[in-house]
Ligand binder design. Structure first.
Ligand code: HEM
Ligand SMILES: *[C@@H]1O[C@H](CO)[C@@H](O)[C@H](O)[C@H]1NC(C)=O
Ligand SMILES: *[C@@H]1O[C@H](CO)[C@@H](O)[C@H](O)[C@H]1NC(C)=O
Ligand SMILES: *[C@@H]1O[C@H](CO)[C@@H](O)[C@H](O)[C@H]1NC(C)=O
Length: 366
């Protein structure tokens, strides 16, 4: 009797609470007059202010952004249902293990070069008392929003701390055969189409380790703009090795950049073999953003229970999309310089940039 009365009372007070403050109208007050749909999101405004200044040089799309975006992948892809099904630890996915167990994971060959950004991010995450897994995905999402035409990535918060380092050999390397890369990505849950979408990240990317003699060389000619230019330039016929010659994982590149890693072959072979619709991403730049956003939403929660995470996407800035340069052929190139295309869809007709043919390839292929 008393029990029933009590629960009636608590039901009543629950109802009145709900009536008095419907969840959808309640906004948590955050710093600097901002508000969020959930209390748990407020801290991310503070992290946002901090990293834009202290990590991204005042909101630029520079080296730390590129490295932070790469880190989202190198943390998350440490996730293998195949290993788990063999009774081994398959990795915790997007769990921050690459920072928490950095002494182990930064030694993995495929993680060559990530130690720098790991060291920069770690104290910032500790300072704001957020998990490394959350911080990595947040920094990547904020970072890429600094790039012209950047995607707006979903950001869910609440990843628990990693419990164990990722196993080695789960991060693909440019010298891996296409089939292995696709199989590894497939194990983590990505279709080849989604892999291509994720590679749009290489439009705001540079290499330091494939050929250290030209460290910092970008993968395409518009490295601070998120776009399809990477695909166009990657599909150009190779004419020379950039830098000082052939290094592991490199193939002959075209006129400019160092996307003459095996990713060139990887991308070409994938397109040819699977006749993917990647070309529509070249002709319709908006398509690549939405495909990238969808694939990244999946990647950012690999190994996580999404039902336990809070959606704080509202904290992620919207990229500027003024003065966006549409994809073009480099000056001096014609449609005939595009190598291999899929049989289903013709390569879109692009105009070439004006001016003399550009080439910075330093050493001709022998
Ligand atoms: C799937 C196969 C992939 C391969 C083989 C690959 C390979 C590479 C290589 C070799 C580099 C150059 C690293 C260096 O020398 O500094 C690089 C850079 C980069 N990668 Fe990937 N990658 C892959 C997928 C991805 C994905 C899915 C993302 C998505 C977030 C990504 C984002 C980046 C970024 C942003 C950089 C530039 C880093 C910088 O400029 O410091 N990559 N990748
Ligand atoms: C840090 O966060 C954890 C939970 O995420 C909390 O239990 C702890 O009290 C926080 N520490 C500080 C110093 O705020
Ligand atoms: C990548 O290059 C290496 C040699 O550097 C070669 O053995 C390998 O087969 C290439 N991968 C692809 C996908 O062509
Ligand atoms: C290119 O440079 C790297 C280091 O910068 C060196 O290890 C490699 O031997 C060089 N290759 C050639 C062909 O000079």
């Amino acid at each position: 009797m008393a029990k029933a009365a009590l629960s009636f009372v608590s039901l009543l007070s629950f109802v009145s609470l709900v009536v008095a403050a419907p969840a959808h109208q309640r906004r948590a007050a955050c710093s600097n007059g901002r508000s969020a749909s959930n209390d748990a999101c407020c801290v991310w405004f503070d992290v946002l202010d901090d990293i834009q200044e202290s990590l991204f040089d005042g909101g630029e799309c520079g080296e730390e952004v590129h490295e932070s975006l790469r880190l989202t992948f190198h943390d998350a892809i440490g996730f293998s249902p195949a290993l788990t099904s063999q009774g081994q630890f398959g990795g915790g996915g997007a769990d921050g293990s690459i920072i928490k167990f950095s002494d182990i994971e930064t030694d993995f060959p495929a993680n060559n070069g990530v130690d720098e950004i790991v060291e920069l991010q770690k104290p910032l995450a500790l300072k704001h008392n957020v998990s490394f897994g959350d911080f990595i995905q947040f920094a990547g999402a904020v970072g890429v929003s600094n790039c012209a035409n950047g995607p707006r990535l979903q950001f869910l918060a609440g990843r628990p701390d990693a419990t164990e380092a990722s196993p080695n050999f789960l991060v693909p390397e440019p010298s891996d055969p296409v089939d292995s890369i696709l199989a590894r990505m497939g194990d983590a849950g990505f279709s080849p189409d989604e892999v291509i979408a994720l590679l749009a990240s290489h439009s705001v990317a540079a290499q330091d380790t494939i050929d250290p003699s030209i460290a910092g060389s970008p993968f395409d000619s518009t490295p601070s703009q998120f776009d399809s230019q990477f695909f166009v330039e990657t599909l150009l016929k190779g004419t020379a090795f950039p830098g000082n010659g052939s290094n592991r994982g490199e193939v002959e590149a075209h006129w400019l950049v160092n996307s003459g890693s095996n990713q060139t072959l990887f991308l070409l072979a994938t397109l040819v073999r699977l006749a993917l619709g990647s070309h529509s991403s070249v002709s319709k730049p908006d398509t690549i953003n939405s495909r990238f956003e969808a694939a990244m939403a999946k990647m950012a929660i690999l190994g996580q229970d999404a039902s336990k995470l809070v959606d704080c996407s509202e904290v992620i800035p919207v990229a500027s999309n003024t003065n966006v340069k549409p994809p073009t052929l480099p000056a001096g190139k014609t449609q005939d310089d595009i190598e291999a295309s899929c049989s289903i869809e013709a390569f879109p007709t692009l105009t070439a940039d004006a001016g003399p043919a550009t080439t910075v390839a330093r050493v001709p292929a022998s």
